[in-house]
Ligand binder design. Structure first.
Ligand code: ADP
Ligand code: MG
Length: 401
C-alpha cells in the first residue's frame, strides 16, 4: 500500500511529520541518556506507516526549552538514534532544522527512509508571537516537504510554526496519534458514559482550575488530590500548614464548591492527609485529619482513608479522566495515594484515561502495565486545554482545509 489516510499516494513524496519527541534526558551533553522513551514509542506508528508506504519521511520535533538558538544540551541526536532502534531502520539525523544539513539530508532520502531534523526550537521563528517571523520560518520548513502530517499531540495547543503555520502551507492530515487522542478527548466531553468521574491532582493548581470549571457541569464526581487539595481545604476554612496553597484562588475554589453543590455534582476531597515536617522528609511522614493539619507541617499525599474512598468512588465509573498525581509519588512514603488511584483506574469497566506527563510517568514508575488503562495521553497541556473547552490551534488548522 502506498497511500496514507488523508494524503493519498505518498510513495516518493517528502512528508514532514511533526512528532512529539520531547523526552526526559539525563547526563551531560554528548552523553545523554533517555530516561523514558514513551513519547518516542508513541510516535513510531505514524512514522512507520509513512515509511512503509514509501514516503520520504522528514521528522521535526522539539526537545526542552532552548532559547531559540542551537544549544547542544537540547540536541535531538540521541532521540534520533533511539527512534532508529524502535523502527529497526537506519534514521539519519540532520544537525540543523532548515539549513544546509537538513536540505542535504532530505535531498538524499530514498523512498521509505527517515530523517530527523535538529530541535525545531533552535530557531526563534518556531515559537515567535510575530506572525511574519513565524511564517518565514514555516516557509523554510514547508520547502523541505510535499505534505505535512501533524502527530505531536503534546504541542497541538500551541500556535507554533511547525504545528500551525506549516499546515497552512502544505497538504496536511492528522497522524494516528493525534487522531486517537482527539477521539478519546471527544468521548470525554461529548456524551460520556456515566457515571463519569474526574480525578485531579498534581502541583499546577491554577492550570487545572479551568478544567474543573468546564467539567463541573459534565462530570458526576470530581475527586481532588495532590497540591490543589490545600486551596480547597483553605476554601472550607481549614488551616493547611506549609502545604502548597494558592491564596488568590481560594475564592474560586469556594465558588466551585458552591456550584457543585447546586448542580448535584459531588466534589470529593480527602479526609486525611500524609504530612511531613519538610518537603520529601520520609522519616517524619504521618497521617493527620484533613481539617487538622499541624501548622508546622505540609501535606504531601492523600491519606489511606481518602485513598480507599477515592477507589470506591471509581469502582462503578464508566468513564474516568485522571490528571495529576495524588501526592509526591517520586518519594515512596508519599506514593500510596497515587498508587491507589492508578490501581482503581485499571479496574474501571469502561473508558479510563490518564493525562499529564507526570501522571503517565507515575503509572510507569509505580510498575503498572500501561495496557491496563484505556488510554494514556501523551499531552498534558493539550488535553487539559481541550477539556477546558478551549480551541486547539493545531487541530483547528487541520480541520480548516
Ligand atoms: P501532570 O504532569 O500529570 O499534569 P503536574 O505536573 O501538575 O502533573 O504535577 C506533578 C507533580 O505534582 C509531581 O511531581 C508531584 O510530586 C507533585 N505533587 C503532587 N502532590 C503534591 C503535594 N501535595 N505537594 C507538592 N507537590 C505535589
Ligand atoms: Mg507535569
Amino acid at each position: 500500500m502506498a497511500e496514507y489516510p488523508g494524503l493519498g499516494e505518498v510513495r516518493g513524496k517528502r512528508v514532514l511529520v511533526r512528532s512529539d519527541l520531547n523526552v526526559p534526558l539525563d547526563g551531560a551533553a554528548e552523553a545523554k541518556v533517555i530516561t523514558d522513551d514513551g513519547r518516542i514509542r508513541a510516535s513510531v506508528p505514524t512514522i512507520k506507516a509513512l515509511a512503509d508506504a514509501g514516503a520520504r519521511v522528514v521528522v521535526t520535533a522539539h526537545l526542552g526549552r532552548p532559547n531559540g538558538e542551537p544549544d547542544p544540551e537540547f540536541s535531538l541526536r540521541p532521540v534520533a538514534q533511539r527512534l532508529g532502534e524502535l523502527l529497526d531502520a537506519s534514521v539519519t539525523f540532520a544537525g540543523d532544522t532548515v539549513g544546509p544539513e537538513a536540505q542535504e539530508a532530505v535531498a538524499g532520502l530514498e523512498d521509505g527512509q527517515v530523517v530527523v531534523l535538529e530541535n525545531v526550537r533552535f530557531n526563534a521563528g518556531e515559537t515567535s508571537k510575530d506572525d511574519d517571523e513565524r511564517g518565514a520560518f514555516a516557509d523554510r520548513l514547508a520547502a523541505l516537504a510535499d505534505a505535512f502530517v501533524s502527530d505531536g499531540f503534546g504541542v497541538v495547543h500551541r500556535k507554533q510554526a511547525s504545528v500551525y503555520d506549516v499546515a497552512q502551507r502544505l497538504p496536511h492530515t492528522m497522524g494516528a496519534l493525534v487522531a486517537t487522542e482527539v477521539e478519546v478527548l471527544r468521548r470525554l466531553t461529548i456524551d460520556p458514559e456515566r457515571p463519569y468521574v474526574v480525578v485531579l491532582g498534581g502541583s499546577k493548581v491554577s492550570d487545572k482550575l479551568g478544567v474543573i470549571d468546564n467539567l463541573l457541569e459534565k462530570a458526576d464526581k470530581l475527586l481532588i488530590g495532590g497540591g490543589m487539595v490545600f486551596t480547597f481545604l483553605a476554601a472550607q476554612g481549614h488551616g493547611v500548614g506549609n502545604s502548597l496553597l494558592e491564596e488568590e484562588q481560594i475564592q474560586t475554589c469556594r465558588d466551585y464548591l458552591a456550584r457543585a453543590a447546586a448542580s448535584g455534582v459531588e466534589i470529593v476531597l480527602p479526609t486525611d492527609i500524609v504530612v511531613a515536617d519538610s518537603f520529601g522528609d520520609e522519616a517524619s511522614a504521618r497521617v493527620v485529619a484533613a481539617d487538622a493539619i499541624p501548622e508546622t507541617t505540609l501535606g504531601l499525599d492523600i491519606g489511606p482513608d481518602s485513598a480507599s474512598a477515592f477507589a470506591a468512588a471509581l469502582a462503578d465509573a464508566r468513564t474516568v479522566f485522571w490528571n495529576g498525581p495524588m501526592g509526591v509519588f517520586e518519594v515512596p512514603a508519599f506514593a500510596e495515594g497515587t498508587r491507589a488511584v492508578a490501581d482503581a483506574l485499571t479496574r474501571v469497566d469502561g473508558l479510563s484515561v490518564v493525562g499529564g506527563g507526570d501522571s503517565a510517568a507515575a503509572v510507569r514508575t509505580l510498575g503498572f502495565d500501561e495496557d491496563a488503562f484505556g488510554h494514556i495521553s501523551t499531552g498534558g497541556g493539550a488535553s487539559l486545554e481541550y477539556l477546558e473547552g478551549k480551541e486547539l490551534p493545531g487541530i483547528t488548522v487541520l480541520e480548516a482545509s
